[in-house]
Design a protein around this ligand. Sequence first.
Ligand SMILES: CCCNc1ncnc2c1ncn2[C@@H]1O[C@H](/C=C/CNC(=O)c2cc(-c3ccc(F)cc3)cc(O)c2O)[C@@H](O)[C@H]1O
Ligand SMILES: [Mg+2]
Length: 214
Amino acid sequence: TQSTRPQRLLNAVQKNATRGDPRSVVKAIDDFCRHKEWAMNVGDEKGCILDSVVSEINPAAVLELGTYCGYSTVRIARLLPPHAKLITLEFNPDFAAIARQVIAWAGLEEKVQLVEGASGDWIPKMKEQFGITTFDLVFLDHWKDRYLPDTKLMEECGLLRKGSVLLADNVICPGTPDYLEYIRSSPRYESRYFKSHLEYTKVEDGLEKSVFKG
Ligand SMILES: CCCNc1ncnc2c1ncn2[C@@H]1O[C@H](/C=C/CNC(=O)c2cc(-c3ccc(F)cc3)cc(O)c2O)[C@@H](O)[C@H]1O
Ligand SMILES: [Mg+2]
């Protein structure tokens, strides 16, 4: 049977990266996507911005919306302090299965909880299911028309505290116009745009970092 792109990406990780070495897993995926097959990972250029935001916050509780193959999951989890937790939501079972293996190859299973399901169903259950009070960082990288409804849902569910950071991928390409409009005009957020490029290309894209004011 024909392999899928995520399966070929996983094969590249297992062939070229060292087990237990997250940096080599990130590099193997970036090499694969740059030289073999493009895939919608946040990538190395925007990934460095993501790294700096994670390192600045040093979060204890992180939520990622849209795991895909686990590239940004590994990027974030490799920087987390001991006992910090990253919960990542992925509703496509095939992508979730690949991501689990990528995360395992990086040796980061202890820090990551991959939850198979839709953000809309799981955000309201975060407190009761995972003992989360609030998230220090949320990385939004799922369907672009879901950034805004899920942000409003996180507000309603009390998952954001004064100082919580939302970091959104693709605010230019493919674009998240309704989310940008909301977050930049809301008095409850301080937003800043980090100009960059669409992963593995010269096309403009960027990350929007928004701090919740409570
Ligand atoms: C019920 C839907 C909303 N809730 C959800 N809950 C959990 N997981 C969800 C999800 N939505 C989507 N997902 C998952 O997130 C992932 C979706 C990501 C969508 N990302 C993009 O479309 C994207 C697309 C591009 C892109 C840019 C230019 C181009 F020409 C082609 C593509 C670049 C990116 O960086 C992207 O992130 C998948 O794994 C999907 O199964
Ligand atoms: Mg993206």
